[in-house]
Design a protein around this ligand. Sequence first.
Ligand code: ATP
Length: 511
Amino acid sequence: MAQEDHFKKVLSHAKEYGYIFGSSEIYEGLSAVYDYGQNGAELKKNIREYWWKSMVQMHENIVGLDAAIFMHPTTWKASGHVDAFNDPLIDNKDSKKRYRADVLIEDYAEKLNQKAQKEIDKAKKRFGDKFNEEEFVTTNERVIRYREEQNRVLKRMARSLEAEDLADVKALIEELEIADPDTGSKNWTDVRQFNLMFGTKLGASADTATDLYLRPETAQGIFVNFLNVQKTGRMKIPFGIAQTGKAFRNEIVARQFIFRMREFEQMEMQFFVRPGEELKWYEHWKETRLKWHLSLGLGEENYRFHDHEKLAHYANAAADIEFNFPFGFKELEGIHSRTDFDLKAHEKFSGKKLQFFDPELNESYVPYVVETSIGLDRMFLAVFSKALEEEELENGSTRTVLKLPAILAPVKAAILPLVKKDGLPEVAERIINELKWDFNVVYDEKDAVGRRYRRQDAAGTPFCITVDHDTLEDDTVTIRDRDTMEQKRVKIAELSGILHQKVDFKHWYKD
Ligand code: ATP
């Protein structure tokens, strides 16, 4: 299926199966804001829990935190968000559409990358086993040209943005003859900066009210609590503080479903280390986080690292883990070496020391920080879009199946009585009453059993357990696997053990 068609299918499937609805839909919705339905809420919770367990529970030196969304407004002055949390925007005068100037240029560069990749793929096909990719990319003129041009464009953009030279960003767009992707028009306005924070007010009357911001990232709640946690938890460096929670950004362009939302959820961990050791830990967390992604089995080929050309004001190294979304490779998670920028800034603005006394070195210092930051909603989209498949079956028919990793699936098993009589529903009820203590399970008795299987396949339920007349004789049921469609006869008493083996955190994470 073409990528675009697949994305359309993802959107409609997410709605049809109770995963995602547009916000306040009965009033025609709110742009870039979404609600999670009965299945979506479960999938989201399971992703959050998978992250939390692997980051907090599995690390003796990482603890959790749940800081408020509202923070003292000086927080955002100190963090640099008031002055520098901007996106460069540009409008097309003909279409009146607004774009992020950096994204237009990045998309242009990505096209060059794709052209180079096409040449490589062509040569691979032509030379077969004899193909030496390393030699080819360093000697083929076209590949070299595309790659050099890509580099040049990204470097120039990074330089101009760093120098706040917005006129040059516009000049670059014009030189590259970048057109409005929707209409082809090249009639652009100047590039302007636009602050992404949402403002609000705290207090009863207009003259005494304080201006507040909805937090644009969860990280600052961790920084301002650094000493509270370190002292009360008697934490020794290196240690981490993890947090999940809502963040808000007034995104200029929000057209890619839950990829870019105005209200979204982050899962962040700030790891506090000795100054000078940050790059070692940066490499460690890059590798650890990639392994976490791979543990879900969505395919190694769907991930890649992208090192940042333009570093944020607080970072001395940064990379994204990009995922192959239905619209191409895009950022899923960021790993940032944030130096001591945040803690130092909070020291300066609050007048309070935010230091750690290192007993081994016998000295106090402001720790350096390595951050891992992933969007929960983006992770949801990654999992959901890769899981959704139209599968050709041997008998020539097709089935729609949502191959969610079993550990993340909203419902782990559906219990189906073959018929609605002869005492079978009662046995099914008994099985549910036993399993529901450990697993989210559902009962389904409507339609022929084949249709019920298809319905559960499409909803993402990894196992169906069917109760039939033999069950009454020998206490066995059929358990059917969503992905292989294999059916096995097992004892009712074995069901709980089988499900634990398939959906427990230990099994997924350890293996
Ligand atoms: P982008 O370049 O896509 O705008 P970013 O570099 O601004 O992302 P970070 O500030 O590093 O993103 O945020 C960390 C993570 O939070 C991102 O990797 C992404 O998964 C998630 N995230 C950021 N903005 C959004 C958004 N508007 N909607 C959903 N998730 C988001």
